[in-house]
Design a protein around this ligand. Structure first.
Ligand SMILES: NC(=O)c1ccc[n+]([C@@H]2O[C@H](COP(=O)([O-])OP(=O)(O)OC[C@H]3O[C@@H](n4cnc5c(N)ncnc54)[C@H](OP(=O)(O)O)[C@@H]3O)[C@@H](O)[C@H]2O)c1
Length: 289
């Protein structure tokens, strides 16, 4: 039987780095630390080497089709496939809650559109009984959306990828032509691009589960809590090692009946469709020190 393989995106720092660290300690197989910037990635690997941990390294920019193709070819050639994929790489605009069209497009491209590239190029390599963990956010719960039309459309049983893409494009178009309305989102429309991208990511998780069902691959999305990383300028309730616990649980320990779920940092499975729930992100929590 071939060696098992786990891959973490955006792992040169923050929660992704801590996930690699935890997997190196527990996963029986090869763990890949990947990063868009090779120098930053290799420095992170050296840091783990000092702890006697031996992740492998490969460059991977999730928005760059060439980079993802090179990584796909490498995995295929070296291992024949992979078993665990943790989609962690992301950006947010925590310091600038109402940002420009260009910045929102950048956020949507990294946090959501990239998943479509990975789906095309990497998912076919995931072996039967594998696991995919999409690191979403509390910004990814449906209660972040206040526009009734979109709540209804994203909640429909036969949701498809066009519904999700049109939702994302509707938001970007509103930003571009100046018709963005704060009332369409929770928390006065702060960090709307990040909310849209993470809602789209949690929604597509359920479609991915449908696709992967036949091969008993579990696909879940999760919120890691408010974590002290550069994304939050160091603000948060949890360390990166604490935040890695639930993603690693989903990758290694969760029962394989847990599929297509939206999971909270304390491992609770939440009802993603409860649009009136109080799970949406409040920007005021970023003031907590
Ligand atoms: N921190 C929190 O409180 C919090 C809360 C909810 C959800 N999350 C989610 O948790 C995950 C990890 O966040 P974090 O707080 O650890 O953030 P972070 O410290 O800012 O790390 C983000 C990582 O993603 C990488 N990245 C960005 N764009 C990329 C691309 N195109 N290709 C490959 N890698 C890319 C970054 O690389 P560079 O170093 O090159 O920029 C970095 O390694 C994200 O999905 C985030 O949305 C975090």
């Amino acid at each position: 039987m071939s060696e098992r393989v786990a891959v973490v995106t955006g792992a040169n720092k923050g929660i992704g780095f801590a996930i690699v660290k935890a997997l190196c300690k527990r996963f029986e197989g090869v763990v890949y630390l990947t990063s868009r910037d090779e120098t930053r990635g290799r420095t992170a690997v050296e840091e783990l080497n000092k702890l006697d941990l031996q992740p492998r390294y490969h460059q991977l920019d999730i928005t760059d089709v060439q980079s993802v193709s090179r990584f796909r070819d490498h995995i295929k050639r070296s291992h024949g496939g992979l078993d665990i994929l943790i989609n962690n790489a992301a950006v947010a605009n925590c310091s600038d809650p109402y940002t420009t069209y260009e910045e929102n497009k950048y956020i949507v491209d990294i946090n959501y559109k990239s998943i479509l590239i990975l789906q095309d190029l990497l998912f076919p390599l995931i072996r039967d009984n594998g696991r995919i963990v999409n690191i979403s956010s509390d910004c990814g719960h449906l209660s972040n959306i206040r526009n009734k039309k979109w709540i209804q459309r994203l909640s429909k049983k036969n949701l498809n990828v066009d519904d999700i893409n049109e939702f994302v494009d509707w938001f970007l178009e509103n930003c571009r032509n100046g018709t963005f309305k704060k009332e369409d989102f929770a928390d006065e429309g702060t960090m709307a691009g990040y909310r849209v991208a993470k809602v789209a990511l949690s929604a597509i998780t359920m479609l991915q589960q449908r696709e992967m069902e036949e091969r008993n691959i579990c696909v879940n999305s999760m919120h890691p809590g408010l974590v002290r990383t550069s994304m939050t300028n160091g603000v948060g309730f949890y360390s990166i090692d604490e935040a890695a616990e639930t993603p690693v649980y989903l990758a290694l320990d969760a029962p394989d009946t847990l599929k297509g779920a939206y999971v909270w940092y304390d491992k609770r499975v939440l009802d993603w469709y409860d649009s009136e729930a109080d799970y949406f992100f409040k920007t005021s929590t970023l003031q907590v020190k």
